[in-house]
Design a binder for this molecule. Structure first.
Ligand SMILES: [Zn+2]
Length: 267
């Protein structure tokens, strides 16, 4: 049986996990691995453009159909034609070790793709093609890649529900430049999955063997990580250093608290 989140307004009552390879570094999503032949046409801005638009040096639609690569090892947590202003979107979840030794997670998002070449739940490696550069739905844009890196694993396609700030997002180039090469560790780590609210057309849930959920924090003021009980087959990949709550500090907040913050901080 697949474990799914019972989604109350904003609280996760259970958490499902899968495993993925720890990232050994991060590359650029086009012009593998250094972005050669491409430039950032439009950069990241808080409360503005929440990612980077990458264009081919040739201009216009000359980059249409060019390969788009996974920036690091990871697992596909979203792959859909989301339509609206987005078109084909792929989101990949990565686990990596921060300089302080802790394992952290990010989602990389690749938007306006012409085609998607990976599917939900698929494991991908650094430099693997995940799709090609496109023009978005109805060819509404000049060909480019819209690229984001999120720290908050809950965002998915619901950007309007989360702060459009550094609290939620990394500046992609800055994040990547600081982590081009990470110490090689050939191992799998546990990553939380099914953290998004509903997607456009389907539940978009990754099916995994059941894992007993961790007791999440009892109070918002005293965050603590509690290890889940796991089947023996999964146990070997559980990382002592992994603290899912550290990657999503907002998790402990209640819907009302978030609403209160939003009201206090109208955008
Ligand atoms: Zn964009």
């Amino acid at each position: 049986m697949a474990l799914v989140l019972a989604v109350g307004p904003a609280e996760l009552s259970a958490q499902a996990f899968t495993t993925t390879r720890l990232a050994d570094g991060f590359d650029y999503p086009v012009g593998k691995p250094n972005g050669d032949g491409y430039y950032i046409f439009r950069g990241f801005s808080q409360n503005g453009h929440l990612g980077e638009d990458w264009n081919g040096n040739g201009g216009g639609d000359t980059d249409e159909g060019d390969p788009v690569y996974s920036i690091a090892h990871g697992v596909v947590v979203f792959s859909e034609d989301y339509k609206r202003g987005w078109g084909n979107v792929v989101i990949i979840r990565h686990a990596y070790r921060e300089s302080n030794g802790q394992i952290a997670f990010v989602d990389s998002l690749y938007g306006h793709l012409k085609v998607r070449s990976v599917q939900l739940g698929q494991q991908v490696t650094r430099g693997q093609v995940v799709g090609t550069i496109g023009c978005g739905p109805y060819r509404m844009y000049a060909a480019h890649l819209h690229f984001e890196i999120r720290k908050d694993l809950r965002v998915g396609m619901r950007r309007e529900l989360y702060p459009r700030t550094y609290q939620t997002y990394h500046v992609p180039k800055q994040f990547t430049d600081a982590r081009r090469t990470l110490r090689y560790e050939d191992r799998l780590v546990r990553v939380p999955i099914n953290t998004f609210l509903k997607s456009n057309s389907n539940p978009n849930r990754i099916e995994v063997d059941e894992v007993n959920p961790p007791e999440l924090t009892s109070t918002a003021t005293e965050p603590q990580t509690v290890r889940p009980e796991v089947p023996p087959a999964v146990e070997m990949v559980i990382e002592e250093e992994t603290q899912p709550t550290a990657a999503t500090p907002e998790k402990a907040k209640t819907f009302l608290e978030l609403l209160r913050e939003k009201l206090a901080n109208p955008q």
